[in-house]
Design a protein around this ligand. Structure first.
Ligand SMILES: [Zn+2]
Length: 211
């Protein structure tokens, strides 16, 4: 009996949603059990097929350049050994659930060199609430509207005009506040990073000379 454990077995047994990428961002493998149950509960059945995951690029799953760039920078810091690990809090809501999550990114070293990164996404708290349909699958929304609203990829705050008189200044509000303010439900979400997450997640990890 071999005592060797494969990285597949490690990913499969770790807590949360886990996946491993190489330097190019290519998805090497993932913990299928938790990944699939999360995908199914988020209209993501397409991602339960292995071929749609393994060998694909992490960056291709990120819809906007700003967020893609933030992950590229964080991954770069880990692959280059500038950071030992990176973790941050974020939200991953579904219409009926507020989900508070934590992401941990851990470098896997071999012979002193970082070969892979393990992403581990942990659900900290899931709170049921009346549905917020802005978090519905975007394909369904696309048929109904062309009204685009920017949402923060990390905290899910929404960018709205500061006031009706001043449509050039914006503020970022929580999805809850967006609804309280009578924000439209039939919108298309475009992703970005709010100033607070930019400061707390992106800037926090980036040494000044890499900016
Ligand atoms: Zn944010």
């Amino acid at each position: 009996m071999s005592l060797l454990i494969t990285y597949k077995e490690v990913l499969e047994n770790m807590y949360g949603i886990t996946y491993m990428i190489d330097k190019e961002g290519c998805l090497i493998d993932y913990g299928e059990r938790n990944w699939n149950s999360f995908a199914i509960s988020n209209d993501g059945e397409i991602l339960t097929k292995k071929d749609n995951v393994i060998g694909k690029n992490l960056y291709d799953f990120i819809s906007d350049e700003e967020t893609r760039e933030s992950y590229r920078k964080m991954n770069g810091l880990l692959f280059n050994g500038i950071m030992e690990n990176i973790h941050f809090y974020y939200r991953c809501d579904a219409p009926e659930f507020r989900r508070d999550m934590k992401m941990c990114i851990t470098p896997i070293k071999k012979d002193g060199e970082v070969k892979y990164l393990i992403y581990q996404s942990i659900l900290l708290k899931e709170t049921m609430r009346p549905p917020m349909n802005i978090f519905k699958n975007q394909d369904a929304q696309r048929e109904r509207t062309s009204n685009i609203v920017t949402i923060c990829s990390y905290c899910k705050n929404i960018k709205i005009p500061k006031s009706y008189d001043d449509s050039k200044s914006y503020i970022w509000v929580t999805p809850e506040k967006y609804y309280q303010l009578g924000g439209r439900e039939s919108i298309l979400l475009s992703h970005g990073i709010c100033p607070l997450c930019y400061e707390n997640i992106v800037l926090k990890f980036l040494p000044a000379d890499t900016l």
